[in-house]
Design a protein around this ligand. Structure first.
Ligand SMILES: Nc1ncnc2c1ncn2[C@@H]1O[C@H](COP(=O)(O)OP(=O)(O)OP(=O)(O)O)[C@@H](O)[C@H]1O
Ligand SMILES: [Mg+2]
Length: 302
């Protein structure tokens, strides 16, 4: 084996770090260019698992797409991707061209990129540490041919780990986060961390959604607060963040997402759909106020 002198090693290291930083800069530029074509970016987060983040993401996407908007979903839950299944999109190898990797396209033209498309089977786990996950998320933004979008929703895994941090890092101009919780005190305590996380990373909190908020008996009409009640509103009051609304428990939500048809698509008149419609209205209000304020800021700046 040929030995390299310390000097040669140092030159090689410099060359590698130089090309790495050039490659890194190119990737950053690509990411930036892709993001410029997306009008609104909204992440759905929660400190707690299983509270309905993906359900909220899929239904918000459906709600906006059914109004004729161009919508995409970045499924940033790398270890437990489930957006394709919720939207009825089969696992498929994503095609690529000069513009990049083409997202899969689901109902109402919703574009989706998910780790699910890169795994060989349902049973195959992703065994990756932080840096690889960060790189994958950067590629999910910069190497994907998202095209012009009105809304990009980002579905995140629970907690404040690698994936949310990477998303906040690569999309610093995000419109904001929607935080999902359930009514229990346990969830309340954990979800407060998400509010602090958003505040510390400088991302606006669009508001809190309380999912799994009571069950109305279809026979007698009585509401039963299965997971207690009011946790979401308490977080919103305690931490001075907007409250977007409560989504009741409805077994049809689960049945529909298992069969790949988000609830919003088929059941517009039911309480869950009405709750989503109110949440969508509040998100729109937030975005238009933000737009107004940023236009004012631009006017003030010379
Ligand atoms: N309002 C609801 N009524 C009935 N079932 C619901 C409701 N919201 C969510 N579910 C069901 O609860 C389960 C968990 O929801 P979901 O996968 O959206 O949670 P999550 O927060 O994304 O979970 P994870 O932390 O694992 O990513 C799903 O089976 C979903 O269909
Ligand atoms: Mg999820």
């Amino acid at each position: 084996m040929t030995k390299t002198s310390p000097k040669q090693e140092s030159i090689t290291n410099q060359a590698t770090s130089c090309s790495t930083s050039t490659a890194q800069k190119e990737q950053e530029q690509k990411t930036q260019l892709k993001l410029e074509k997306i009008k609104h970016k909204i992440a759905i987060i929660s400190g707690k698992g299983g509270v309905g983040k993906s359900t909220v993401t899929a239904n918000l996407a459906m709600a906006y797409a059914s109004e004729g908007h161009k919508v995409g979903i970045l499924d940033a839950d790398l270890h437990g991707p489930c957006i394709p299944k919720m939207l009825g999109i089969e696992r498929q190898p994503l095609k690529s061209g000069i513009a990049g990797i083409f997202p899969a396209v689901g109902k109402l033209g919703i574009k989706v990129v998910s780790m699910d498309f890169f795994l060989p089977s349902d049973e195959a786990p992703l065994i990756w540490r932080g840096p690889l996950k960060m790189r994958a998320i950067e590629q999910f933004i910069g190497d994907v041919a998202w095209g012009e979008l009105d809304y990009l929703f980002i579905d995140l895994p629970p907690g404040t780990g690698d994936e949310p941090l990477s998303i906040m890092h690569f999309i610093p101009d995000m419109d904001g986060v929607v935080i999902v919780t359930m009514p229990s005190e346990l969830s309340e305590a954990i979800v407060k961390k998400s509010v602090t996380f958003a505040k510390e990373t400088g991302i606006p909190v669009i508001g809190i959604v309380e999912n799994l908020s009571g069950y109305v008996c279809p026979d007698c009409g009585k509401k039963v607060d299965i997971f207690k009640s009011g946790g979401g509103k308490r977080i919103s009051d305690a931490l001075s963040v907007p409250y977007l609304g409560s989504i009741p428990i409805d077994p049809r939500v689960c049945i529909d997402s298992d069969s790949g048809l988000p609830f919003m698509a088929a059941n517009q008149s039911l309480p869950v759909a009405k709750a989503f419609i109110e949440i969508v209205a509040k998100i729109k209000e937030f975005l238009s106020v933000n737009q107004f304020l940023s236009n004012q800021e631009k006017k003030v700046k010379p």
